[in-house]
Design a protein around this ligand. Structure first.
Ligand code: PEP
Ligand code: MG
Length: 567
């Protein structure tokens, strides 16, 4: 058994096709006729662009537009004159085209690879994909062709590139195993869209497997078996059937209200990152957007997005959602989310530093640009504003004052907006939880950010593997905090939602029903499973379980109880 990371859920059993990438080594030559060499490079770039555009079209037809945009991203990158200009410059100095492509791409790969943000890191593998494609064209090396694999194939490859995924015929590929890549890599996103089970980061797997050997890909647990005994195959065949059946049952919840077993209705919203994700939320039957993480808009470019650019992005999501609620969270930078062009000061403890609402309030011009963008988008649907990382009442009051200022400015310009736009805050710090009763009097709604609430309550850096054993929402301290927040909100009659990952956790859901959570915001892929779990619990059953859970002293006991009584 080999252990990797689950990147696309499901079980695949089939015959291995080991994809061996062609050798792309080349001899570095000195070039005298630099004009001819530049023409050779430009011809390779042109052919790359044509091939990539065709690939994007095929992905649009076979998978979807959002996924095609990933491939189109390669076109945008190669059309950037900084990259191609640098290649030409190197050729002018006598480097051959292969060496120029190699050096420039490696420079970008190193630059993106060093960035802390996952999305930026992902660019490194995009550039690596571009580099390999250009070298193949320059060296006349053919692409490995995985479009013709036999039905029932498990693809094993060092790194799956988006260009490879675009060749995959869904009906023939039952699983994918890779040595490299991350769960947020574009190829993993594409594999999930194709619903092909995938396990990534399996060290050395390409060295030990051969074509036509049998493989089991368990994309639920992140495990891989090569040439397993018959009984293991039979066991996994059963697991595969159960998974398929469970997925089919979930489809029964599509288009339904979200009701507890005793008929209490709650809201089931989605977390999104880009305006286009709103489409995914609708496709997955989300009832609204409970958290629009707006950082992407700021992280994607090389300079601050203007008010107009922000307005357009927010309006796009709002229009996709029609009359459904869209809760837009204002800029939550700092901590793990850097925006290089803002030149944020490096701090000893970035999670405790000048971040999120703290940064925004000390840079009111930047913040007001965003607030005006959101306000203008509110003329097109049901928009709410949400403040991240609140720790004291003054922060909420300052934001309110800025919102009022923005309203006056927009009015003076004759711009439309929702005069009664609701303003809520995330409760994700220990401080906010402890003063939830005070904050509840000042805001229109709460949304509990359990990802950070766990971090700040347990004093555990959410990214530090050494202390990950303490990072659990089921720690009695975190559970008490959640309960306290919900009760404080209920007392003031404001709705309390949750947009941290815990809202989708089947073990957590009965506790949230008991505490009285009114809105769950989950990643689009979890809408139906959350609706299904919510439907299994009545308030009385949930209360009985919560009473027992809240009386326990350790996380291990809580988890054991919740697992034992899970429905
Ligand atoms: C949270 O902290 O729970 C949350 C939803 O926000 P983020 O993960 O973006 O910090
Ligand atoms: Mg947070």
């Amino acid at each position: 058994m080999f252990k990797g990371i689950e990147a696309s859920r499901g079980i695949g059993i089939g015959n291995i096709c080991l994809v061996v990438e062609h050798d792309l080594s080349f001899e570095t030559r000195h070039i005298d006729d630099t004009e001819a060499e530049k023409a050779r490079l430009n011809s390779a770039i042109d052919r790359f662009k044509k091939k990539t555009a065709a690939m994007a079209e095929s992905v649009r037809k076979n998978i979807g537009s959002k996924e095609a945009a990933i491939i189109e991203g390669h076109l945008t990158m190669i059309s950037d004159p900084t990259m191609t200009g640098e290649m030409s410059k190197r050729i002018e100095k006598g480097q051959c085209a292969e060496a120029a492509v190699n050096a420039v791409c490696d420079m970008f790969i190193a630059m993106f690879g060093d960035m802390e943000d996952d999305m930026m890191k992902q660019r490194a593998s995009d550039v690596s994909d571009i580099k390999n494609s250009l070298l193949k064209l320059l060296l006349g090396v053919k692409d490995v062709d995985i479009s013709n694999v036999a039905p029932g194939t498990v693809i094993v490859v060092h790194e799956l590139t988006p260009s490879m995924v675009s060749q995959i015929v869904r009906e023939n590929v039952v699983g994918i195993i890779t040595e490299a890549g991350g769960t947020t890599s574009h190829s993993a996103i594409l594999a999930r869209a194709l619903e092909i089970p995938m396990v990534i980061s399996v060290p050395g797997i390409t060295d030990v497997v051969h074509d036509n050997e049998t493989a089991i890909v368990d994309g639920i647990e992140g495990t891989v078996y090569i040439n397993p005994p018959k009984q293991v195959i039979a066991q996994y065949a059963r697991k595969r059937e159960e998974f398929i059946k469970a997925q089919a049952e979930l489809k029964n919840f599509f288009g339904k209200k979200t009701l507890t077993a005793d008929g209490e209705e709650v809201e089931l919203f989605c977390n999104i990152v880009t305006p286009q994700d709103a489409k995914k939320a609708l496709e997955c039957d989300g009832e609204g957007i409970g958290l629009f993480r707006t950082e992407f808009l700021f992280m994607d470019g090389t300079q601050l997005p203007t008010e107009d650019e922000q307005f357009k992005a927010y309006k796009e999501a709002v229009e996709i959602m029609g009359d459904r609620t869209v809760i837009i969270r204002t800029l939550d930078i700092g901590g793990d989310k850097d925006i290089p062009y803002l030149g944020l000061e490096k701090e000893e403890n970035p999670f405790l530093g000048h971040r999120a609402i703290r940064y925004c309030l000390s840079n009111p011009d930047i913040y007001k640009m965003q607030l005006r963008g959101i306000l203008r988008a509110s003329a097109f649907g049901r928009v709410k504003i949400m403040i991240p990382m609140v720790t004291c009442l003054e922060e909420v009051r300052s934001v309110k004052a800025l919102v009022e200022e923005c309203k006056r400015e927009l009015k003076a310009k004759g711009e439309d907006f929702d005069e009664n736009i609701e303003l809520g805050c995330m409760v994700e710090t220990a401080a906010a939880s402890l003063i939830a009763d005070i904050l509840a009097k000042e805001v229109d709604f709460f949304s509990i950010g359990t990802n950070d609430l766990t971090q700040y309550t347990m004093s555990v850096d959410r990214e530090n593997a050494n202390v990950a054993y303490l990072y659990s929402t089921f720690q009695p301290a975190v559970l008490r905090s959640i309960k306290n927040i919900i009760e404080a909100g209920k007392k003031e009659g404001i709705p309390v939602g949750m947009c941290g990952e815990a809202a989708a956790n089947p073990l957590m859901i009965p506790l949230l029903i008991s505490f009285g959570l009114t809105e769950y915001s989950v990643n689009p892929g979890f809408v139906l499973s959350a609706r299904s779990i919510i439907s299994k619990w009545s308030k009385a059953d949930a209360d009985a379980l919560a009473n027992k859970a809240m009386a326990l002293a350790t996380e291990a006991e809580v988890v054991a109880l919740l697992k034992a009584e899970a429905k």
